[in-house]
Design a protein around this ligand. Structure first.
Ligand code: C5P
Length: 280
């Protein structure tokens, strides 16, 4: 195989608590992540030349700073491969949104590289993924998982019961480092994760009642999104990751589409999607 296109799925966090600050500058977290059908398309091919070329319409980042470029470089370096690589990314996932858009692209590049070269087992692919970012190991596997540590210690869970998910984002970007820097974790008791035991049963209402995100207290995001979603019948609405995207869980497609229409009419990014199963 010398060319492959893979979907790079966005993720939402159904639960996210910051459990402490670490000596290495990161934070320990307890989170439940779920991939959703909103996705970028990542094509990786052998270029026949040297080095790594990347085309990513609409993204204005120097190649070496693009996480997808760095994923290809990390894979080539780790396995001593000298072939030239071309990457093309069609983006749909908004950036700095807490949806792991950049991480998903990097994970898709790693999986695509492995489909072409076959040099890594799943464990070493996840190790390479962690050198790129805390969310990248989860994005390699996808589906639903509880994550601890920086986000890389993964416990696979059954996917969220089928439902409709509206993901929306206003104009404010929420860069992850700044959101963590604002999160004050001194002297508070972390909230217990009562959500993860509910995955595997089909009670979406019980899951919605246990959704929580610590970043809602400090992140910058558009506060008008949640009331729109709830007004159109969302079972729950929550900030995703460190923001600034908000997602709503809907039992009915009609309600999800009417929320999506109103959010789009207000000039926001909005997409209707479904839970995705694991990729690996
Ligand atoms: O791992 P990633 O590169 O995505 O993280 C970006 C930044 O977010 C880190 O440099 C750190 O400041 C913060 N972060 C954190 N704790 C985590 C994940 C990220 O403090 N578990």
């Amino acid at each position: 195989m010398d060319k492959i296109t893979l979907p790079a799925f966005a993720k939402i966090n159904l639960f996210l608590e910051i459990t402490g600050k670490r000596p290495d500058g990161y934070h320990d977290i307890d989170t439940v992540m779920q991939t959703v059908s909103l996705h970028d398309d990542v094509t990786v091919s052998l270029s026949g030349g040297k080095g790594i070329e990347i085309v990513c319409p609409g993204v204005d980042v120097p190649d070496e700073k693009n996480l997808a470029w760095r994923a290809a470089k990390a894979y080539l370096d780790r396995y001593g491969i000298s072939d030239g690589i071309s990457i093309r990314i069609e983006k749909r996932i908004p950036e700095k949104a807490g949806l792991a858009g950049g991480s998903a692209d990097a994970a898709a590049v790693l999986r695509a590289m492995n489909a072409i070269f076959g040099a890594a087992d799943a464990a070493s692919l996840a190790e390479t993924a962690l050198t790129l970012g805390s969310d990248v190991p989860f994005c390699v596997y996808g589906g639903c998982a509880r994550a601890a540590g920086r986000g890389e210690i993964l416990y696979p869970l059954s996917a969220l019961p089928d439902c409709f998910i509206v993901v929306a984002k206003g104009a404010d970007p929420s860069p992850t480092p700044e959101a963590y820097a604002r999160a004050d974790t001194d002297g508070f008791s972390p909230r217990a994760n009562n959500l993860f035991p509910l995955l595997g049963a089909s009670d979406i209402f019980a899951i919605c009642r246990q959704m929580f995100n610590r970043f809602e207290y400090t992140a910058v995001y558009d506060a008008s999104i949640k009331p729109v979603m709830m007004g159109h019948g969302a079972l729950a609405a929550l900030l995703s990751g460190s923001g600034s995207a908000v997602f709503g869980i809907f039992g009915s497609e009609e309600n999800a589409r009417s929320a999506h229409s109103e959010l789009s009419e207000r000039g926001m990014f909005s997409a209707v999607c479904r839970p995705e199963g694991a990729a690996l």
